[in-house]
Design a protein around this ligand. Sequence first.
Ligand SMILES: *[C@@H]1O[C@H](CO)[C@@H](O)[C@H](O)[C@H]1NC(C)=O
Ligand SMILES: CC(=O)N[C@H]1CO[C@H](CO)[C@@H](O)[C@@H]1O
Ligand SMILES: [Ca+2]
Length: 545
Amino acid sequence: PKMKEERCLQAALLCLGVLCCSQGLAAERPGRARPSLHGHRDKGKEGQVLHRSKRGWVWNQFFVIEEYTGPDPVLVGRLHSDIDSGDGNIKYILSGEGAGIIFVIDDKSGNIHATKTLDREERAQYTLTAQAVDRNTNRPLEPPSEFIVKVQDINDNPPEFLHENYHANVPERSNVGTSVIQVTASDADDPTYGNSAKLVYSILEGQPYFSVEAQTGIIRTALPNMDREAKEEYHVVIQAKDMGGHMGGLSGTTKVTITLTDVNDNPPKFPQSVYQMSVSEAAVPGEEVGRVKAKDPDIGENGLVAYSIIDGDGMDMFEITTDYETQEGVVKLKKTLDYETKKSYSLKVEAANVHIDPKFISNGPFKDTVTVKIAVEDADEPPVFLKPSYIFEVQENAASGTVVGKVHAKDPDAANSAIRYSIDRHTDLERYFVINAEDGNIKTIKTLDREEMAWHNISVFAVEVHKQHQEAKVPVAIKVIDVNDNAPKFAAAYEAFVCENARSNQQFITISADDKDDSANGPRFIFSLPPEIIHNPNFTLRDNR
Ligand SMILES: *[C@@H]1O[C@H](CO)[C@@H](O)[C@H](O)[C@H]1NC(C)=O
Ligand SMILES: CC(=O)N[C@H]1CO[C@H](CO)[C@@H](O)[C@@H]1O
Ligand SMILES: [Ca+2]
């Protein structure tokens, strides 16, 4: 009831003024302070009087409070003509927007009532026409006049944010006061009247990390050095309150999820100071030896790490590459190792961020180093011949059992196991040779004929006594040295003819010979006539040397 009383009083104060003139209508806009006021105060109902003066109708605006829910229709105002003497001869007629439906007029008293609750946010004003006619003749007594009923705002709408939820990003470690996002609320109430739509923003949740500007709704960072690696997401609740934020105002809230985005504020760090790795001396170059990983809590390119070997006695033997998928440094073998030569290596490996933000250079250096110790493991290696190949010589026709030469192989492993030799039988099908399994001496077991086979190219195996799968093979070329064991032979059986009375010294045949032995034991040949014709004066032989 108290509230109702206040509203009625408010309505009563919103009255209508009238000025007069002799002819026609004069309009005046008195605003909220009215120069002439005829307030009629009936019991419990208030209204305004639209007055007729000698100068005709002067209208003003009627005001009716919105959302009025009293028991009786609310009195909007009252039409009154100066020529109305109160005898009931004048009839007031209302037409226009809402006439007869929302607004009804008592045609005798001129009182206008609103029959329905009005909502300013739905419709803020109605244009109506007032007319005064003679009740008996219906003759207009005044020219019709338009007037407006304005629906007076009350604060019946809370502020509403444009979005129920907002999402925003701001880089971690931003300076205090960095703008994050602007949230905006709207209020359906009349922004031109009172404070019903005057909004003030405040932060309900999210302090001390963020703040909001009361007038603009701009959210800013409020704490220095916020660290994404410590906390990435913040839930902020912003309130908008009307009535300028004062008590009794209506409010609305919105949730803002703020995510800190990453900056490169953390250097990579190895979790340990030494890595131990091992690799077999049998490993081939390019083989992976092991991996190291420096941890970087940053993400994306801020966490990218590249690895390099910056020092150590293994710089020539090993290399490191970066596996960008796993962010690991991959140590690989560059050259073949030999356990018997060097049993361990040491590397100094550096991990460095690829992208460095100059703003955070003081958090650096953005790199770290670690020692990688690599042990070379002894591999079970096959025997090794002292030479990659052997060439021996043996005279043809030499007695079976003649020594051709000696091969020698060694087990390179620390175990240095004993070696056994054998001839690859596929390379000595005729079995010209044998080898002493223990000392590697090769001997003939047949006489050799250079003219039949000048080279015997065979292969010799060496195996470890206890690990027969560890086998090596070496080529052994045996050259058969020539012995002059072949007489020259005439190339053909010669037959020659010579005419009688041939001249003396006439050449009538040339003969030649060849020899199976090699050049040292072959030509030049010496030709001579056999003794039985050596004294025959009729023929001579000349050596064509
Ligand atoms: C055997 O080896 C020697 C020396 O490597 C080579 O000159 C010769 O041509 C080889 N003979 C055969 C039949 O392979
Ligand atoms: C030894 C020999 O046969 N000599 C002969 C050489 O030629 C003359 C003339 O034809 C002969 O009379 C020889 O007997
Ligand atoms: Ca980093």
